[in-house]
Design a protein. Structure first.
Lengths: 196, 122
């Protein structure tokens, strides 16, 4: 298979055709339509996997696995549903499976954070808001981290987040409130540390 | 800087997504749309079902052409009577109920449902 074929752009339809049409076109045998869906969501799917697992290799595997599963079971995609919610849901379940396997193999409880990221001193010195925010999100417990990540990816749609995580909307709101509280506290502490 | 709720919202939505590994997209496309026979037109069980239906239709057509409609009506009557007899037996109904109850109970033990329940509890 030529590398040039794999790199073929799908940009011509990327902004004009909605996801439902692309799914229908893929089912009708037009593979390029699925290429456009991959182009639209691969970064977001990788982001969700990376934020949940904190391991770039595993996140990459999960992203590939999620799109493969989605492609294979595209016939079961419910008309009227959002493709983004569906692919995020597949991704999140794949992440949960991996976290479960980690827990079984290590024989220990899952840590609240898989990767502490940069330490407070390093972060304060870097003085970069994105870096500080990423480090703060990495220090959140897993359930809050997923909600915050999906809040960002799903553009504040609580019902979509609830569907992906399979929890009630009320729980999403509670987790989000607590996640924001913790984030704000961590960011304020880091900012104070930087000033001193 | 003291972060307010709106500061945090702004920072969250300005946060760029993680960069994907260079060849990830190519890997996904290779596993899906460029994979040979990745999306068959019909699944195996669908092919068997369609084949079975076509065979039954062909059998009926041949039977009608060769013997007339009387044997077909007789055969359908026999099949219908057999189905009615089986379904009307109390033991059949009991086993169907046991099977249905078991499948409902097992569906509550699936990993997705268990995960969902534990998430609700947390």
């Amino acid at each position: 298979m030529a590398a040039a074929v794999l790199e073929a752009p799908f940009i011509d339809t990327a902004t004009t055709v909605d996801d439902q049409t692309l799914v229908a076109e893929t089912l009708a045998g037009r593979g390029e339509a699925f290429g456009t869906l991959v182009e639209r969501y691969d970064r977001a799917v990788y982001h969700l996997a990376y934020r949940t697992l904190h391991d770039s290799e595993e996140a990459r595997d999960v992203a590939q696995e999620a799109f493969f599963k989605a492609f294979r079971s595209l016939r079961t995609f419910r008309p009227g549903a959002k493709f983004s919610t569906w692919i995020f849901s597949i991704t999140y379940h794949a992440c949960c499976d991996r976290l479960g396997r980690r827990k079984r193999y290590s024989g220990e409880e899952l840590p609240d954070r898989a990767d502490p990221g940069a330490g407070p001193e390093q972060v304060a010195i870097a003085g970069d808001e994105a870096l500080r925010l990423r480090a703060a999100i990495a220090r959140l417990p897993e359930k809050y981290r997923s909600v915050i990540t999906l809040y960002h990816l799903q553009s504040r749609q609580y019902d979509e987040i609830a569907q992906v995580l399979e929890i009630p909307i009320g729980t999403v709101k509670t987790h989000l409130f607590r996640a924001k509280e913790q984030l704000r506290r961590m960011l304020n502490e880091t900012a104070m540390g930087a000033q001193q | 800087m003291n972060y307010s709720d709106s500061d945090l919202e702004r920072a969250l939505f300005n946060l760029p997504l993680e960069e994907t590994p260079a060849d990830m997209r190519a890997g996904i496309l290779a596993q899906t749309i460029y994979r040979r026979h990745a999306l068959p037109a019909v699944k195996a069980w669908e092919a068997w079902l369609i084949g079975g239906c076509l065979a039954a239709i062909a059998w009926l057509v041949v039977l009608v052409l060769r013997e007339g409609s009387a044997p077909v009506i007789s055969a359908l009557d026999t099949i219908g009577a057999a189905i009615l007899y089986v379904v009307s037996q109390p033991s059949t109904v009991l086993w169907i109920a046991v099977g249905g109850a078991a499948s409902v109970w097992l569906s509550h033990l699936s990993p997705a449902v268990v995960r969902s329940k534990s998430a609700v509890r947390s």
